[in-house]
Design a protein around this ligand. Structure first.
Ligand SMILES: *Cc1c(COP(=O)(O)O)cnc(C)c1O
Length: 419
């Protein structure tokens, strides 16, 4: 359920006509619904009622400070994958003891930053990383709280680029090496073993892979217990999918039910790292049609948002529904929706049956709240889009559209060019 609905042939976000925002803010812009964000977080969190759990929103899906702040106020923790995300999280007011830090390539200054901030735990992805964290913690005279991210080798049945829990993926440590890792960790002076972690992929549309991963983790926890190694936190990662087109992922309640069943009676504290399922359908990308063009074999709708604004269609072949902001009675067309960028891969939709929008019309690219703005770039020196949040009948620009000066910020011409 989201709050982007047509009223009198016009698309609204909650109680605000999207046309009106476009007139005030210009296009393209990302638009987020406060009510949808809030509802998605609460439904997900409440699905685990009865279990001790911490839902750590996965920042990389959407790092806008306003969105982070909203989740923080609802009791969320945060899953970060870089020093930059940790910075944003702290700035948004997250308590460090609700922040977990994942990622295969943590750098020294990032590790130090997280140690000094006193985060809940590092999700460690290699033995070398484990040793480095121990060393840095020693230098800073701290104990580093860690979980080992295990790779349970389950097939999440999603796009290969977003599968992360297969043997061939770069993420985590295989089950056998993980045991070795815990043995090593238990002997390292500056390491506190806190938990175990996995994250098997993204846009997963069935429960089974999660349950398989959970069972593997439980087995490992048992083995560790026999070795005298106590595990307190069980971090199941994120990955629950959403409906972009015709997928029917399990409802968060269904996803939670199996996990709750399986963990009842244990002393494990559950951590979850949902990203997409919380924000994906709570945001859209609004763009204006610049031109129509009829090719010999294709019809093109040329819009002012490109692959630099929304990379998912070209990166993953992802489907995003396209709706007109003002409904039209005209017969639907079949067209490619393309941006202004000089790449054939610059499309938002291919061979799409869609409304017959004309030059100057507004379109809404749906389900763009996750991995939309966060993956955007300045390619072709395009200033990044504005981000707007709506609450009831109000809207607020939560990130200003970039201006040309932003594009060259930090660049410098060396004096030796004049030699
Ligand atoms: C990306 C990521 C997530 C969130 O994944 P979603 O599919 O958006 O839920 C959670 N944990 C880790 C470690 C990640 O890298």
């Amino acid at each position: 359920m989201h709050h982007f609905l047509h009223r009198n042939n016009e698309l609204y976000c909650e109680d605000v006509p999207i046309r009106m925002i476009a007139e005030k803010v210009g296009t393209p812009f990302y638009l987020y619904s406060h009510a949808t964000l809030k509802r998605h977080f609460l439904v997900f969190n409440e699905a685990f009622e009865g279990l001790e759990r911490l839902v750590c929103f996965s920042a990389k899906a959407n790092t806008n400070l306003a969105i982070l702040k909203l989740f923080e106020s609802l009791g969320s923790g945060l899953d970060v994958v870089s020093g930059g995300e940790l910075y944003r999280g702290l700035k948004a007011g997250f308590s460090p003891d609700k922040i977990v830090y994942s990622g295969v390539g943590k750098r020294i200054h990032e590790i130090d930053y997280a140690l000094e901030a006193d985060i809940l735990m590092f999700n460690v992805e290699s033995l070398e990383e484990l040793e480095l964290i121990d060393e840095r913690a020693g230098l800073l005279q701290r104990k580093a709280p860690v979980a080992i991210r295990v790779n349970p080798d389950v097939d999440p049945k999603t796009h290969p680029y977003i599968s992360t829990g297969l043997k061939k993926n770069k993420f985590g440590i295989d089950m056998e090496t993980a045991i070795e890792g815990y043995k090593v960790a238990s002997k390292l002076k500056n390491i506190n073993i806190m938990g175990i972690d996995c994250h098997i992929g993204s846009q997963i549309t069935e429960s089974k892979p999660f349950i398989e991963a959970l069972e593997s983790l439980k087995k490992l926890i048992n083995e560790l217990g026999q070795m005298g190694i106590e595990i307190r936190y069980m971090d199941m990662g994120g990955g629950l999918g959403i409906t972009y087109n015709d997928e029917s992922p399990p409802h968060p309640r269904e996803y939670a039910r199996a996990i709750v069943e399986s963990l009842k009676g244990s002393n494990l504290q559950l951590i979850l790292e949902p990203g997409r399922v919380i924000v994906g359908n709570a945001g859209i990308l609004v763009s204006r049609v610049l031109f129509r063009k009829s090719g010999k074999v294709k019809e093109f709708v040329i819009v002012d948002a490109g692959m630099n604004d929304l990379m998912r269609p070209t990166l993953y072949g992802a489907f995003h529904a396209i709706e007109p902001v003002i409904s039209t009675e005209n017969q639907p067309i079949t067209a490619d929706v393309v941006g202004p960028i000089c790449e054939t891969g610059d499309f938002l939709a291919v061979d799409r049956k869609m409304p017959d929008v004309k030059k100057g019309d507004l379109i809404a690219v749906m389900s763009a709240g996750a991995y939309g703005f966060t993956m955007s770039s300045n390619y072709c020196s395009r200033p990044r889009a504005a981000e707007v949040m709506v609450k009831d009948d109000r809207f607020h620009v939560v990130r200003a559209r970039e201006i040309y000066e932003d594009l060259v910020d930090g660049e410098s011409v060396p004096p030796f060019l004049d030699d």
